[in-house]
Design a binder for this molecule. Sequence first.
Ligand code: PLP
Length: 423
Amino acid sequence: MKLEIFNHSLVSTSLSPNTEKDDVLLALKMIFRPRKWKQGEEISILENEFKNYFKVNEAVSFNSGRSAFLAILKSFDLKEGEEVLFQAFTCNAVVNPIMRLKLKPVFVDCDESFNIDPKDLKEKITEKSKVVIVQHTFGQPAKMDEVLKICKDNNLILIEDCAHSLGAEYKGKKVGTFGKAAFFSFGRDKVISSVFGGMAITNDSKTGKKIRNFQRSCDFPSSFWVFQQLLHPILMHYIILPAYHFPSFGKFVLNFFQIFKILSKAVDKKEKEGKLPSLFPKRLPNALAILALNQLRKLEKFNIHRERIAKVYSEGLRGRFEFQGKVDQTKRIFMRFPILVDRKKDTERILVDLRKNKVLLNDGWRKTSIVPPDTDQKKMRYIIGSCPRAEEIAKRIINLPTHINISEKEARIVIKSLLKYVS
Ligand SMILES: Cc1ncc(COP(=O)(O)O)c(C=O)c1O
């Protein structure tokens, strides 16, 4: 889905970046097949493809990563007040399922890889600690040997948050297969996308059974909601992205569709205040399984492309900006290419400036420990100052696009525009 109007191209980290023409046509086709919207065979085909890809014995689909995460947490029979440890610099979609189950969120600081810091993790463990969530941020696997050892020594359940890392590996083994269970997201700007969608996987048959039973007890989202999601790639492609040629107009058009509920938002207002809306947890509707399958079959192509674009950024920006640290013996998948700007520079000003040249690099992963930045940190039970490194990353980060709709030429435009901000 290339947008070239008047010979200028729009460069954007977000705005449904994985969508290609075949995805748009598929969504269009599905609009006219309402009988296939909810139930259908593609749900189990998608689940089986996940099972085979990870060689695990259960894969259970949901309408989002947050629903899948809630289902996993529920399967462990945890008691009110027990602690779930996870890294700061995460999405509110991770915190809300924990709070919904009346568990206590405990924030752990990040290390140089923007993932959970094993040292801080050790320090935050108490007798009430029961679960550790490890997030492989932006496709960079965390220090799994250290995390696994800490979990084993302290009898903690490990869940992997693979919302950013489908296809990434640690020591030759796919992330998602290290813990008791893992979850994935097919959100609009994730590794693959069906606008909304998620998957829980596990190799533990008892846990798998519980997650499956829970999924069966969930409803499908409404037909109108499915319709909204099918409209998303179509309106994005034909109306919203062209409007973004004038960024403020594009934003106005997107807001218009969202205010009038023609499209739904990725994160509801309530979620920024610590509440999980009734849309979660729900099952994955068949129409979205069809979109996700189409994307899953392009995973290899997407990730190879991301690696190529990351190499361009790496060569063009090395020594000028700090990069996300690499963990030894990992295969990253570069869902984004994050850079850290100088402490003295204001990322907000840089982003506003770049926007004027149609370079849109605000993906919401910035400013605060719990993103998006307008999330109420207090209601997330995050104490400002408790994870200083996460806070610093959030202040200094700019995420560069690596998706399939970004060419090497456009990556060089991004590099050129960023080099202006190096002192
Ligand atoms: C790190 C991380 N975990 C979990 C989620 C939740 O996924 P979803 O949006 O599919 O609910 C997201 C995205 O929102 C995320 O970025």
